[in-house]
Design a binder for this molecule. Structure first.
Ligand code: NDP
Ligand code: OXD
Length: 317
């Protein structure tokens, strides 16, 4: 990339300030801007985006690639006028470790009866609950990609049995792997805690619905199946999850992502006693850690070297 070629930072809902500061520090010889000089600005070489305005990249004549500021790219493909250039997502040890921390935190919280003990504490109730050992619980990971595989490994080290579900067939040591629609029931049937780390695509939208919850394992050592979703809110049907929690089909849920974000103040999920809710923070994208990696990916692209985060546009992830 030459000095007169520029990087466009296009975000909605995220303050671009911190990203801009790091781009300008790490890449002083090229300009990073938040607005192009008109819709057909010839100087824009790369767009780095989080929920960019649909259509805003369509006429940039020299755009070489679009970089997502997250691991997920569903927000990129919302643009019906997306230019036909490579889409590249974040694949980073920093982001991966953050997600693994979240998954291990939530799995251990459910495995150690955290929600029930917090409720007992509110009532000053001293009562010991059944405590299954990690080795007697199976954690099922939906989505055995970069994030799912790492979380699976760390949970396996703690002693949990691990099952996994992916689109394509896989063989991974220590994981009972299932794949495709045909493998879903077997996967659900052996998972005491289901962790969802799927991307949001046309195939996965709304996959966590009443039908899926009804097919989850029961009975389980925790009194019923537990759901943890840190993938995307569009994967879940929130009304079905609430019904399943109310009627006991689902024991408990940890949700980091929601159909509409921020979650509406009137949603019953906020106050449900068996829901643990976080505001889409499972794995935060940290500019200081990720900008140098993004710049390395740009350089790899320019030099014809392998690009870690290259997205399969047809699959949508
Ligand atoms: P990857 O692309 O590496 O992995 C995706 C996995 O999902 C793969 O194993 C893939 O299968 C599987 N998959 C995709 N479609 C299907 C399908 N139709 N049926 C079964 N399995 C399917 O993604 P990452 O692991 O990097 O990230 C996963 C998601 O996590 C992101 O897309 C993003 O939405 C979310 N995320 C959330 C964050 C948060 O803070 N809450 C932060 C970062 C990411 P296969 O291996 O066969 O291709
Ligand atoms: C991501 C996210 O996709 O933060 O990285 O959700």
């Amino acid at each position: 990339m030459t000095a007169h070629e520029r990087i466009l930072l296009a975000t909605t809902g995220w303050n671009p300030g911190a990203w801009l500061q790091v781009f300008r520090r790490e890449c002083p010889d090229r300009q990073t801007v938040t607005e192009p000089d008109g819709p057909a600005d010839p100087s824009i070489r790369y767009a780095v985006v989080w929920k960019h305005a649909p259509g805003s990249l369509a006429r940039l004549p020299n755009l070489r690639a679009i970089f997502s500021l997250g691991a997920g790219v569903d927000h990129v493909y919302l643009d019906p006028a997306l230019p036909d250039v490579p889409v590249i997502r974040i694949v980073s040890a920093d982001l991966t470790m953050r997600m693994t921390e979240y998954v291990v935190w939530q799995v251990l919280d459910h495995a150690r009866q955290g929600p029930a003990y917090r409720a007992q504490q509110q009532q000053r109730k001293w009562r010991e609950l059944p405590q299954p050992a990690a080795a007697s619980l199976t954690v099922g990971i939906m989505g055995l990609g970069v994030l799912g595989t790492d979380a699976a490994g760390k949970l396996g080290n703690i002693g949990f049995r691990i099952a996994g579900w992916s689109r394509n067939e896989k063989r991974i040591a220590g994981i009972a792997c299932h794949h495709g629609a045909a493998g879903l029931d077997a996967f659900l049937g052996e998972s005491d805690i289901v962790v969802v780390l799927l991307p949001l695509t046309v195939e996965t939208r709304g996959i966590i619905d009443a039908s899926l919850v009804a097919r989850m394992k029961r009975p389980t050592p925790l009194g019923g199946p537990v759901l943890i979703n840190a993938g995307r809110g569009g994967l879940q049907v929130e009304s079905d999850i609430l019904t399943a929690l109310d009627d006991g089909t689902l024991m408990a849920a940890s949700l980091d992502v929601f159909e509409n974000e921020p979650l509406a103040a009137e949603s019953r999920l906020w106050t449900h006693p068996r829901v643990t809710l976080t505001p889409h923070i499972a794995a935060t994208s940290d500019p200081a850690r990720l900008v140098p990696e993004l710049l390395r990916e740009m350089e790899n692209l320019e030099r014809g070297r392998p690009v870690k985060g290259l997205v399969n546009g047809r699959a949508g992830y």
